[in-house]
Design a protein around this ligand. Structure first.
Ligand code: F6R
Length: 605
């Protein structure tokens, strides 16, 4: 989703703006642009498509200037083209914006009555033209503050001014924004990752904050122009990500590094000397937890669904699962003995962050399970359990899903044991199995060549269906999500027992149906549901961990992952569904790391 960069320096900035925009590419975008200030002139360059296009434009016609802003845009208002790309500039102001201005139509009408002329279809241009108008009688900071007071919606902004060669103004409400400090240079960025190659000293703006940034210093103000101070965070240097190595794309790298992802996560949480899980400082004493509410979006939501089964199995705590975009608008009854757990890879997902804010306003205890520990969601929650997966660049979440499941399983185990819902023997047994996971994932990845063959079955398909029961039901949902987002093939995930209640009508001759059937208490029942599909012509692709090979002439392909404890089956059964989506997309020639219309960090609701 949109990304912002701003640099005030004692040397030309355009190359560093381009380099930082490249770091923001992972968020997903469809156009790019930058504006620099040189000899009292705003120089704006924009294009639809990739940052490389912008780089070519600059190569042919360099942009001078020691101060500038850049942007990658993920279209909301107006199609992705050069005119709608950011920055949006008048003669005297240039603006980059993340977020959505909800009252832009109304503001636009007012500006048009005053004679302002709009060039683009975006909501952002109202900000540019409002500031331009206010600058007639106000200084830049006052013009920005007066403009912000009239905006409804969410924003992170970077603004430069023709007659003020020195400074960039940044402002935040609802969309993340950070600043970075260096010698003779200061930076503005929509996340710390974009700034990391230039500095490890970062401050985060909170909602309502404004910053005024020059090459020498950064001043912070609240919405009423009162000076405020910000803490400086030193970023850890824990990433080894920027290259795909020998892999074709980041997604395959991220799928194949999952044995290491699992190992790192387990190492962080399991104390091998004490044979215990080192999770402490629960925000609510475990025995007093009345209910756990798990909240996330997309793949993260699927990890919540898996965890519901685990928490129910390993503890006596009640569990609810919610989609963040639904949770945030419902009339909820908060209880101080409930623990609200937010799952997010990026830690910046707007709906999840808003759901967390609502919990905070209602004074209940919150926990976040995140990959990005320096993110908004991590910073705003009472308790953070990182997944330690390392940066995930492919838009489709793979290793982060694995990390989320692992941390949720580890947390469920710890809660069950601390509350004495499970005894020492079963706790130790589960810990022992958990440590077998990295190797079992390595084994599971060996099925790739079979999956490649299986993927061919999807080339002419009109749609597909994923079925599972119990712990495999969320994996069926995840399988369908992965397939549709990567290969653009319609896919539905269903609890196999639901088929007769409607979806069976979709089964026709040759429709690929992926049946996820581990050797658990549902196995026979799932096979019966599978027979119903076979009887109607569905083409079965069977994924299991059962010891005995199931021979059935109607099963087109059978894929087997290692059999560990039943409770851990979702972790291993995830590998085939990830590889399947990947290989179908590869065969169809889709953009694996950047599927169409999607963004990595969903910072608007
Ligand atoms: C799907 C996918 C998305 C994300 C969702 C939440 O592959 O990646 O569904 O899981 O947008 O993102 P985070 O986890 O960053 O909150």
């Amino acid at each position: 989703m949109c990304g912002i960069i701003g640099i005030a320096s004692n040397k030309p900035v355009s190359i560093n703006i381009i380099n930082s925009l490249k770091k923001l590419e992972y968020r997903g975008y469809d156009s790019a642009g930058l504006a620099t200030l040189h000899q009292n002139t705003i120089i704006e360059k924009k294009c639809s498509g990739r940052v490389e296009e912008l780089e070519k434009i600059l190569f042919n016609s360099p942009s001078n200037g020691n101060l500038g802003i850049g942007h990658v845009r993920w279209a909301t208002h107006g199609i992705p083209n050069e005119t709608n790309a950011h920055p949006h500039s008048s003669d005297i102001v240039s603006v980059v914006h993340n977020g959505i201005i909800e009252n832009s139509d109304e503001l636009k009408k007012k500006l048009e009555l005053k004679g302002s002329k709009f060039k683009s279809q975006t909501d952002t241009e109202v900000i540019t033209l409002m500031i331009t108008d206010l600058l007639k009688n106000n200084d830049p900071l006052e013009s920005v503050i007066k403009t912000l007071k009239q905006l409804k919606g969410s924003f992170a902004l970077g603004i430069i001014f023709k007659n003020f060669e020195n400074y960039i103004i940044g402002a935040r409400r609802g969309s993340p924004l950070a600043v970075g400090y260096a010698n003779n240079e200061n930076f503005l960025g929509s996340d710390s990752y974009a700034l990391k190659s230039m500095t490890n000293k970062i401050s985060y703006l909170d909602d309502g904050d404004i910053c005024l940034l020059t090459k020498d210093k950064i001043d912070f103000y609240d919405a009423n122009k009162k000076r405020i101070n910000k803490k400086i965070h030193l970023l850890s240097d824990d990433e080894n990500i920027s290259s795909k190595g020998d892999y074709k794309n980041f997604m395959s790298k991220e799928i194949f590094e999952q044995p290491i992802t699992a190992q790192n996560c387990i190492k962080e949480y399991i104390d091998n000397l004490k044979q215990d899980i080192n999770i402490y400082n629960f925000p609510i004493e475990p025995n007093k937890i009345n209910k756990i509410i798990l909240i996330g979006c997309g793949t993260a939501y699927h990890s919540c669904l898996v965890a519901k089964y685990w928490i129910e199995e390993l503890t006596t705590i009640e569990v609810e699962v919610d989609i963040a975009s639904e949770f945030r608008y419902r009339k909820l009854k908060f209880n101080k003995n409930n623990l609200y757990i937010f799952i997010s890879q990026s830690g910046e997902t707007a709906d999840t962050a808003a759901a967390l804010d609502i919990c905070k306003k209602n004074n209940v205890k919150t926990c976040s399970i995140v990959n990005a520990v320096e993110s908004t969601i991590a910073r705003n929650s009472d308790w953070v359990l990182p997944i330690h997966a390392g940066p995930e660049i492919g838009v489709a979440s793979t290793k982060a899903f694995l990390g989320q499941m692992l941390v949720l399983y580890i947390l469920s185990l710890k809660l069950g044991h601390t509350r004495k819902d499970i005894d020492d023997k079963s706790y130790q047994h589960n810990l022992k199995n958990l440590k077998l996971i990295p190797n079992a994932i390595k084994e599971s990845l060996k099925i790739e060549s079979n999956i490649q063959l299986m993927a061919k079955e999807f080339l002419d398909a009109k749609g597909s269906m994923f079925l599972g029961r119990g712990l495999s039901f969320p994996i069926a949902l995840e399988g369908a999500l992965k397939l549709k987002e990567l290969s653009y093939l319609h896919a539905e995930g269903y609890p196999a027992g639901e088929m007769k209640h409607g979806p069976l009508a979709l089964i026709e001759e040759g429709l690929p149906v992926i049946v996820i059937a581990p050797e658990d208490k549902y196995f026979e029942k799932t096979l019966s549901n599978m027979q119903e599909v076979i009887a109607r012509g569905g083409k079965i692709l069977f994924i299991t961990n059962q010891k005995k090979v199931l021979v059935n002439e109607n099963i087109r392909f059978s894929i087997k992952v290692p059999l560990l404890d039943n409770m851990l089956s979702p972790i291993l059964l995830t590998i085939p569904i990830q590889l399947l989506a990947y290989h179908v997309a590869l065969l169809k020639g889709c953009d694996i790391d950047k599927p169409r219309n999607l963004a990595k960090s969903v910072t608007v609701e």
